[in-house]
Design a protein around this ligand. Structure first.
Ligand code: 5GP
Length: 220
């Protein structure tokens, strides 16, 4: 029986989970926890032309590229999706990054804006699952942004100004969670992931498995 379960786990199609939400809603913390607790979900490292922030590591947080390197990748059709000049910089999801996980049945997690989420959903509607994280209140959102201690008052004001535009796309997402408590939100995301993993289309090994069951039953 353990062999069968191992086989079924291997013969499956990975899903792509996109988490989005306004700055300060907590998506970064949620992604971090989900990745830390589940070895079968991998983070898709995006390419960007923005400068590396303090503490960020090339190849871990992003692939930090020059405009020339980024343009070369566009010409090679190396991106699943990309947004130009969003927040004054460019961001893109690399095909090779995603395919290396999906092809071996691992799931992929993305931190991506709604523009990219929309593009991904259009390209792979059966494989893309989108989750939107909302803050419990604007007051709490502001408190979280200030409490992070990483952004200047100017950056916080900019993020608050983007709130309305960002949140106006909440209803394009498959699942929506109001992030009142980090642990509960992580649990909810994990439940979404396990539900999605059980979808018939993702369990590509089931066909053979059911055929074997039927053969066995027929042969007594
Ligand atoms: P930051 O510069 O703060 O790391 O990210 C800015 C925004 O870019 C965030 O909303 C983030 O979700 C989005 N982003 C990061 N990587 C990608 C990507 O590959 N594609 C798209 N469309 N957006 C991305």
């Amino acid at each position: 029986m353990a062999d069968v379960i191992d086989y079924l786990k291997k013969v499956r199609r990975g899903a792509m989970f996109i988490i989005e939400g306004p700055s300060g809603a907590g998506k970064g913390a949620v992604c971090k926890e989900v990745l830390a607790q589940d070895p079968h979900i991998k983070f898709s490292v995006s390419a960007t032309t923005r400068a590396k922030r303090e503490g960020e590591v090339d190849g871990v947080d992003y692939y930090f590229l020059s405009d020339e390197e980024y343009d070369k990748l566009i010409a090679e059709d190396a991106f699943y999706e990309h947004v130009d000049s969003q927040y004054g910089h460019r961001y893109g999801t690399l095909r090779r990054e995603v395919d290396s996980f999906i092809n071996v049945g691992e799931d992929v997690l993305f931190d991506m804006d709604w523009v990219g989420a929309r593009q991904m959903k259009k390209k792979a509607p059966d494989d893309v699952v989108t989750i939107y994280i909302l803050p419990p209140s604007v007051e709490e959102l502001r408190r979280r942004l200030v409490g992070r201690g990483t952004d200047s008052a100017e950056v916080i004001a900019k993020r608050m100004a983007q709130f309305d535009d960002k949140v106006s796309h909440w209803d394009e997402f498959d699942y929506v969670i109001v992030n009142v408590n980090l642990n509960e939100t992580v649990l909810k995301v994990q439940k979404i992931i396990s539900g999605e993993r059980m979808k018939r289309v993702r369990q590509t090994g089931l066909k053979e498995f059911v055929e074997a069951l039927r053969r066995e039953a027929k042969n007594g």
